[in-house]
Design a protein around this ligand. Structure first.
Ligand code: KMH
Ligand code: ZN
Length: 307
């Protein structure tokens, strides 16, 4: 087990929609405030998506992204991890634009293509706050989240140019192999940072066996890597706890799970950060500070970002 673990807070994402929770941050101010609260609660990394402040729809708007990340950086030293997954329907160019412009220390890098499906949740909701929500979720029945080898090669080139560390999002076992290929091809250097994403329909389901398998598989074909785990839905805390027990880091936040306990909605990502920090403390693991996270992940430093 580790002595220190990185807690990432994924603040708003592009999966949940405003109807699903009154607590989902939408405006740049709300998103930045929630990231700072998560830092106060023990998060050393925040994962950031931008939304339209009026409707809450995920947007590829670099100005909104800038407003969020500059506000966070003016108030705390948390590592800002910008999404390049973006939202459904965004182009690969739109998704990577904030990395090119703002040169963050860390950004997500989706390590392959999947059917990324949210449509089964639609019948749970009778009324929608905004018109776009049902259509956005519905279109995922016919959606491939495309991350081809060509686009991944281009993303690696951009990340190398900006000195941004990729956080490889791995939704299924084959993506570990994709990362091994990119290392072998010289697109990216070891040690890599992998986020095992479990529970997205189209990807691997969350279970202790599956997490052990993914970590073992990555050990066998990559060997030198740091990992974290994020889980969509109610298995978030159990599987994140397992990650802590087997030497991994954790990601929580309203991007992945809207609940704190069974039947109790989380009022903020910070509440979830505080809960996993408590669990970590009980296991004898301290939440890494942002500077400790920078060391663990070999990041270039906050003074080298462009925002
Ligand atoms: N939304 C998660 C399932 C990204 O932003 O690039 C994974 C994620 C990907 O956070
Ligand atoms: Zn994300």
């Amino acid at each position: 087990m580790k002595e220190k673990a990185i807690i990432t807070a994924a603040i708003t994402g592009a999966i949940h929609t405003p109807t699903m929770s009154d607590h989902l941050p939408i405006t740049p101010g709300q998103i930045a405030d929630e990231a700072v609260s998560a830092w106060e609660a023990g998060a050393s990394v925040c994962h950031i998506h931008a939304r339209n402040p009026e409707t809450g729809a995920p947007v590829p708007d670099v100005n909104i992204m800038k407003e969020i990340i500059t506000s966070i950086k003016s108030r705390c030293d948390i590592v800002v991890c910008i999404t390049t997954g973006g939202g459904f329907g965004m182009t690969t160019e739109q998704r990577v634009a904030p990395v090119t412009l703002y040169k963050p220390e860390l950004a997500s890098f989706n390590a392959g293509s999947i059917n990324f499906a949210l449509f089964p949740v639609i019948p749970r909701y009778k009324e929608w706050k905004f018109e776009w929500e049902k259509q956005y979720l519905g279109m995922t029945e016919d959606f491939i989240f495309a991350n081809t080898f060509k686009s991944m090669k281009e993303y690696c080139a951009k990340f190398n140019e900006t000195g941004t560390k990729p956080e490889f999002e791995v939704y299924d076992a084959g993506m570990v192999n994709n990362i091994a290929f990119m290392i072998q091809a010289g697109y990216v250097k070891k040690p890599v940072y992998i986020q095992f994403v479990m529970g997205v329909l189209g990807g691997i389901t969350p279970s202790p066996e599956n997490l052990l398998f993914l970590v073992d598989y990555a050990n066998r074909i990559i060997g030198d890597f740091e990992f974290s785990v994020c889980v969509a839905g109610r298995a978030q805390f159990p599987i994140c706890t397992q990650s802590l027990l087997i030497g991994g880091n954790v990601r929580v936040g309203l991007e992945d799970n809207l609940y704190l306990d069974k039947g109790r909605m989380a009022k903020s990502s910070a509440e979830q950060v505080a809960k996993i920090a408590r669990i970590a403390h009980e296991l004898g693991i301290a939440p890494a500070t942002p500077n400790e996270a920078r060391e663990i992940l070999h990041l270039k430093g906050i003074d080298k970002v462009n925002f």
